[in-house]
Design a protein around this ligand. Sequence first.
Ligand code: BDR
Ligand code: CA
Length: 312
Amino acid sequence: MPRKKVIIDTDPGVDDAQALLLALRSPALDVLGITTVAGNMPLETTTRNALVVMEHSGREVPVYAGATEPLIEPLETAAHAHGQDGLGDVGYPDPVGKMEDEHAVDFIIRTVVESADPVHLVSVGPLTNIALALTKERRLEERVASLSMMVGSWARGNLTQVAEYNAGVDPEASDIVFRSRIPKTMVALDPVFESATITAEDVDLLEAAGTPWCTMVAKLIRPWLERWPRPHISLCDPAAVAVAIDPAVAEIELLPVAIETRGQHTRGMTVVDFRRGRGHALGILEANVNVELRFHRERFRKLVMDTYLAQS
Ligand code: BDR
Ligand code: CA
């Protein structure tokens, strides 16, 4: 099987690091580039962290820095969840390599437009870069083969009561992307918390593996596990990568989804119409997003663990 060509857009971020390592180690993916966006940390830090993670992956992939701020509102970072350095304050030294000169948005456009093969996008941060790319080059709507996004929720959020971080930190960008015709998949918090999981024993296995990438994943998960001990550990951003690797890892349904950009208490919420076929009530004529309903827990776990643990 030819490897799927992908660009990973990310704001590392502890779970972004896990997602990057999953993508970079997957034999199913050909990662053409990593693009960074301001999110969990300011852009300078997310770019530094992307380079650090890439250098622990055993792979060499160019890193491009993108948007420094959400489209409208000031950035709200998430150091409380990801540590002051965005990588759990483990103390990783600065990377050896440097980022590329080209802007992330231009890299995305150039790569998608010029590639003879389909190019897929995986987004595990705020959607600012993707929205800017779409706004700058409308041909992307037809040319992007698919977009797998860690974004949104329907029961409760983590930025606010109702807004998931990536959707809520840049609602205008989310709105542009959700309204676009790119074939897209929404990996929301709800199915991830329920079923995109590995076990505490799996973390022991990663620790014992001894490769730089497994050690990094284990070091990033271990403190969270100690803080909140539990048998199943949800992997947010890796879930969007897993969907790009194997779409059958989860059950999906094509549904109408809108982004709330104006609500007094609900800005940044992903409004999913589960009533089936009545999306006009949201002002969306057609179902526009493949919504992941639940992951096949064991299939997900095996995909993630087999990929991390493989030596070559
Ligand atoms: C998302 O928010 C960020 O903190 C994580 O990196 C992830 O992309 C989960 O809501
Ligand atoms: Ca992220």
